[in-house]
Design a protein around this ligand. Structure first.
Ligand SMILES: [Zn+2]
Length: 1160
């Protein structure tokens, strides 16, 4: 075909024309571009000239290998002590091995500018120097993440010899799936074949031509429509094909010269300076990134290696591409690097100081966005920020002069919170992000919505308390962009707020399993920018800046957010709704650990104030436990979407937290209640000396509780004096505990006059009734047929309806452990108890036990009603408690408890971190119907005028309300990526709580809080002459019942060993929040035994923001001064208050009238 598109620019327009002059067939020319590399013509096309030299003989490449036994992954230094054996290309390795490589470089190669070692083990690997310094990662195989070349250092090339070590981990970027399906469970004994171990000399000019050609091909294929640039790129690419000849070495530079028509004259020499040309304001901010899931299709131990591999690779790239900037979140990953790869950690530090490596996010790790408690989110930020601050002298949001003034200039100040992959984001986050010193937020997961398209790219995200952060949800719809022309174009074409701002963030680099940017991506971006400098059809790409630079520009562009839309409340992900339920034991481990840590901090604080000589606040141990809990909150661990191995690790972590945590609790208890021992159903009393039962109510609420204690063991008889009901089997008894002091001691009490005696009976055949004077539950033929509030004369179950367990078929369209799809609701299988018996008859606790079999599973539910109300609130009611024991052996089934109720409201209320969210009970719009399964913490409530019903939960997070049917999701049974998810035994509890008044008038949040914090009963021997006095928490709230005193702890900067109160380094931190969504004026009372010299409102990082007035009152002349602080809240506000303690006096003989003590 004779084309005259190019050349002959000085030809004269001739009078005669004898050529055929056909128009080109564009599609054929486009198709032709695919033959420039590889394929049928690889022996003659560009592929044939990519290397000048290649040798793999045993003379030049000496390989020795040592394979680690079993599934171990030994460190470099351990491996170096082993005996290595000769090996060669083609051999198989596994499951983990090290290769020692000695290469002799031929002297004839001295003329070349670069020699590489090409190592393709088919899996992930890492190159080390012989001193153990990680140099870079290797990703074998032929995927888009392939990176098999290691550039031999110049001095070694000149010397003609180089020795180094490569560790092969024998897993791919996405673990080791059994089949080709990524989310298949892993094959742990997989072996990999060494496909290449060659010394090569790349033909650099040919590689650059290849990258030139790639960019042109992308321009011709992905620019939308029929545009001049698209055609021009195709013409030039075609001309390159016509120019290139394998036989003619000069054809390569000639072909490269042709691209100047697109990239500009002498563009190549400009290298990274290409970004300094053209318009000053770029549209697309490109930033290198590597999303490493802290565990997912691989365990935590594999992630530790992924971090080292990926980050060393990026440092290597920074040396060669000065414009390269790399952003990485998660203090945990930095900490692993610090501990396991200290030499590499130092290199990372250098790059942080030089401003190329950017820590971001300020969190311990990228946690799940729904399920962690409010306080756990606080700790994600606090422990994350403290790590960045102590190691790098910077914090995401501020900096400290750890490295001196000059260097700080380079270091980016990070103000961006970073959760690109979490499965939905709760509405407390904007407030917590601000509280942690940041104001920008980057995410993208909502682009995965499977029903509605999220309407914004750049917007103000306003949380439930009205705090806003500037949010960017990249229009590129990914955090693993490949830096192609299509990615850059999408930054504009898919931008949903171009009317307000046309900038976008391009977050590029292989990810999920690590890797990060590759050299070809950086090459491509230079070419794309060069194109943009010469042609307005393509937006300008910026490199060398930071994510914060992007947000600063955005803030300016949008007139401080005034010209962009606002999204209020949670960012609900319309996908992955099964993750609130998958892996029940992990959810339970999370909740129990969060509660345990709250109790530890509370009691350890009081103990540290009470007896500073004998007791030091265990700050280091508490931080360690928090770090462990925060680790398991990773966004594929807590959601239940990781492989089985991850859950073995996670269970061990929770067992560790429980063991260590209970020990810390015990140490604090021994200070507060000397000589006491713990008593529980698994810990019978061993004492032979008579004594008393006591407990400590760590909640900020007043209530009574029925606690079961063992009557076996040496001390069983001693406990009988305290019990108000012996259990049916006689081995245990029930103690009625009076926890009427919020944050204070609790003691047993007798049956009281206004109690509502409870009973359980079979009134007719298969009709069972559980009732006290307030509530009556009827079970007929194995289903709940009636639930009556007898005082209100209100039947709550609609006529003809029943409540109870239900199973659905659960076969999501693909993401098994992640998704429950809306169609599961089309396959209900109603379950009935086949046997029911009376377990406890009352008068303090009455219980029915219902049992049934389904498939291979057995389910036993104990339903109990106590003779007391949930709390001491005047309107409080009793709740029905459900304690389940399930032996679960189903596959792809979904077990729920559903209760239809005579309540109507268009919205139901679900607890979220530091507050709640409302979601519709109807399906008016597609936005409404998308929320068919939602996340809640300790309660979900459906109320109307005058009355409501709540479901309380102590370890389940999946809920729904369809019309008037309330449901709590109990168990799932996915098979990918964990084939055994949720198989086996489970114990969990929930409660149904009918209450007078709507949710806003109720004590539901308090009831749920108390339901989650069972009293820990202790026995204290009666050997003291005087009455025992127990210290009370010296803080209490009055004036507003909607404010919760959630956390009491010692200040993070306190010195636990400091025993002199006067030094001013002793602080107590109180964290409070408003729980109902309204303003409040609350008084914080501080008991007289505590001298407080200063009180401030701080941010979450405990930095002073505002000084508070400390007021004193003298109740009468015989008492000491009590002090108080008044503070105001807006709805859902979280407040951190720091009190500087100047004196503590625990003299029980001079106790004040306001009850710093309880005498028993
Ligand atoms: Zn992820």
């Amino acid at each position: 075909m004779e084309h005259q598109h190019r050349g002959a620019s000085h030809a004269v327009y001739s009078e005669l024309n004898f050529t055929p002059g056909n128009k080109w067939v564009k599609s054929l020319t486009q198709g032709r571009l695919g033959t420039m590399l590889g394929g049928h013509y690889s022996s003659i096309n560009l592929s044939s000239v990519l290397f000048h030299e290649r040798i793999d003989d045993l003379v030049h490449v000496k390989l020795q290998v040592w394979s680690a036994p079993n599934l171990t992954k030994p460190s470099f230094s351990e491996a170096m002590k082993q005996e290595f054996k000769p090996t060669q290309k083609g051999d198989s390795f596994g499951p983990s091995s090290y290769s020692n490589i000695a290469s002799g470089i031929p002297s004839s190669w001295a003329k070349y500018e670069r020699v590489q070692f090409e190592f393709d083990p088919g899996c992930e690997a890492m190159v080390f120097r012989t001193d153990g310094t990680p140099v870079q990662g290797i990703t074998g195989g032929y995927g888009g993440d392939r990176r098999v070349e290691y550039i031999i250092p110049e001095e070694a090339r000149k010397r003609g010899f180089h020795e180094f070590v490569i560790e092969q981990t024998c897993n791919g970027m996405f673990g080791v799936p059994l089949t080709g399906d990524t989310i298949d469970p892993p094959a742990l004994d997989r072996y990999y074949q060494l496909a290449s171990a060659d010394l090569v000399v790349p033909n650099q000019e040919a590689w650059h031509l290849m990258w030139d050609f790639f960019t042109l091909k992308q321009l011709s294929e992905t620019l939308p429509g029929n545009t001049p640039l698209q055609n021009k790129a195709l013409v030039v690419a075609n001309a390159i094909m016509n120019t290139f000849s394998k036989e003619d070495v000069k054809s390569i530079p000639s072909a490269r010269k042709l691209v100047e028509e697109i990239f500009g004259e002498a563009w190549f020499k400009k290298a990274e300076n290409i970004y300094k040309e053209g318009d000053t304001r770029a549209k697309i901010y490109a930033i290198g990134h590597c999303h490493i899931d802290t565990a997912w299709l691989w365990p935590y131990s594999a992630t530790q290696q992924k971090v080292a591999r990926s980050w060393s690779t990026q440092i290597d790239l920074m040396e060669r591409y000065p414009e390269h900037r790399f952003v990485c979140s998660s203090a945990q990953q930095y900490k692993w690097l610090e501990q396991l790869y200290p030499l590499l950690f130092e290199r990372v530090k250098e790059k942080i100081v030089s401003g190329q490596f950017h820590p971001v996010g300020g969190q311990w790790l990228e946690s799940d966005g729904n399920m962690p408690s409010g306080e756990a989110f606080v700790r994600q930020f606090v422990l994350g920020q403290r790590y960045f601050q102590t190691r790098f002298g910077i914090r995401c949001g501020a900096f400290l002069p750890l490295f001196g003034e000059l260097l700080i200039k380079n270091m980016q100040i990070k103000e961006t919170a970073w959760l690109p992959d979490s499965f939905g984001l709760n509405g407390a986050l904007p407030q917590l992000i601000r509280g942690a010193g940041m104001k920008y937020f980057f995410t993208q997961k909502l682009s995965w919505n499977n029903i509605n398209t999220f309407p914004h790219s750049t917007f103000n995200w306003v949380g439930i308390d009205s705090t806003q952060v500037l949010c960017h949800m990249t229009p590129v719809d990914t955090y693993t962009a490949q830096a192609t022309v299509a990615d850059v174009m999408k930054g504009v074409s898919n931008h949903k707020n171009l009317e307000s701002s046309s900038t976008a963030l391009l977050v590029f680099g292989n990810g999920d399993g690590g890797g990060g940017p590759l050299a070809p991506m950086l090459e491509n971006l230079r070419r794309i920018r060069a194109t943009g400098n010469n042609n307005r059809e393509i937006p300008l790409v910026n490199m060398g800046g930071s994510v914060d630079d992007f947000f600063h520009d955005l803030e300016e562009d949008t007139n401080a957010g005034l010209t962009i839309p606002t999204w209020r409340g949670e960012l609900y992900l319309e996908f992955h709704r099964g993750t609130y339920t998958s892996h029940g034991s992990i959810k339970k481990g999370n909740r129990k650990s969060e509660i345990l840590l709250r109790e530890i901090e509370h009691l350890a604080t009081i103990a540290s104030l009470y007896d500073k000589e004998k007791y030091a606040y265990p700050q280091r141990q508490i931080d360690d436990l928090w770090e462990n809990v925060l680790l398991n909150q990773f966004h594929d661990v807590l959601p239940g979407s990781a492989i089985g191995m991850v859950y073995e690790d996670a269970e061990q972590i929770y067992a560790y937290v429980k063991k260590e945590g209970e020990e810390l609790l015990e140490n604090a208890m021994r200070i507060l209640i000397p000589k006491s021992t713990s008593v529980s159903m698994t810990q019978p009393l061993q004492s032979a000396v008579s004594g008393k039962i006591v407990a400590y109510n760590t909640t900020p609420f007043r209530y009574s509780a029925v606690v079961e204690v063992p009557l076996q063991g040496v001390g069983g008889n001693l406990l009988k004096a305290e019990i108000v009901q012996i259990s049916q089997h006689g081995n245990s008894g029930f103690v009625l505990m009076d926890a009427s002091i919020a944050c204070g001691p609790a003691v047993p009490r007798g049956i009281f006059a206004d109690m509502q005696p409870t009973s359980a009976k079979e009134i007719y055949k298969d009709v069972f009734v559980l009732q006290n004077s307030k509530i009556k539950l009827t079970i007929t033929d194995g289903r709940i047929t009636s639930l009556v509030d007898t005082q209100q004369r209100r039947e709550l179950i609609p006529t003809g309806k029943t409540g109870g367990l239900i199973i659905y078929d659960d076969r999501p369209n693909y993401w098994d452990a992640w998704d429950v799809e809306i169609h599961h609701l089309e396959t209900p299988h109603v379950l009935r108890f086949t046997t029911i018996s009376v377990a406890e008859k009352g008068p303090v606790r009455a219980s029915l036990v219902g049992q049934l079999r389904y498939g291979k599973s057995t389910i036993k539910i104990t339903m109990s009603l106590d003779a007391i109300a949930a709390t001491l609130d005047v309107n409080s009611n009793s709740f029905i408690r459900f304690d389940a024991e399930v032996d679960w052996h189903e596959r792809h089934k979904f077990l729920k408890f559903e209760l239809p109720v005579n309540i109507h409201n268009e919205d139901a209320v679900y607890e979220a971190p530091f507050g709640y969210v409302k979601r519709p009970t109807h399906k008016n719009t597609s936005l409404d119907l998308a929320k068919f399964e939602v996340c809640a913490h300790k309660y979900a409530d459906l109320s109307e005028y005058g009355y409501g019903v709540a479901i309380l939960s102590e370890s389940k997070y999946g809920f729904s309300t369809r019309g008037n049917i309330m449901a709590i999701s109990l168990l799932r049974a996915a098979t990918a990526p964990d084939a055994e998810q949720d198989q086996g035994k489970h114990q969990f509890s929930w409660a149904v709580y009918p209450h007078k008044g709507s949710f806003l008038e109720s004590d539901v949040p308090m009831a749920a809080y108390v339901f989650n914090s069972p009293l820990r009963v202790r026995f204290v021997a009666d050997d003291q002459k005087k009455p025992m006095s127990l210290p009370q928490t010296p803080f209490s709230l009055t004036g507003a019942s909607n404010v919760v005193l959630d956390t009491i702890k010692r200040g993070d900067d306190d010195d636990p060993q400091e025993t002199d109160w006067k030094k001013g380094s002793s602080t107590v931190i109180l964290r409070l929040y408003e729980a109902f969504g309204g303003h409040a004026s609350v008084r914080i009372n501080i008991a007289s035994n505590l001298g407080v010299s200063k009180a401030t409102i701080t941010n979450l990082l405990e930095e002073d923001m505002e000084t508070l007035e400390i007021n004193k009152i003298v109740p009468d002349s015989s008492s000491e001064q009590q002090s108080y602080i008044d503070v105001n809240f807006r709805g859902f506000q979280v407040m951190t208050i720091k009190l500087v303690i100047s004196s503590v006096t625990w003299d029980w003989t001079r106790r004040s009238r306001l009850g710093d003590w309880m005498i028993i």
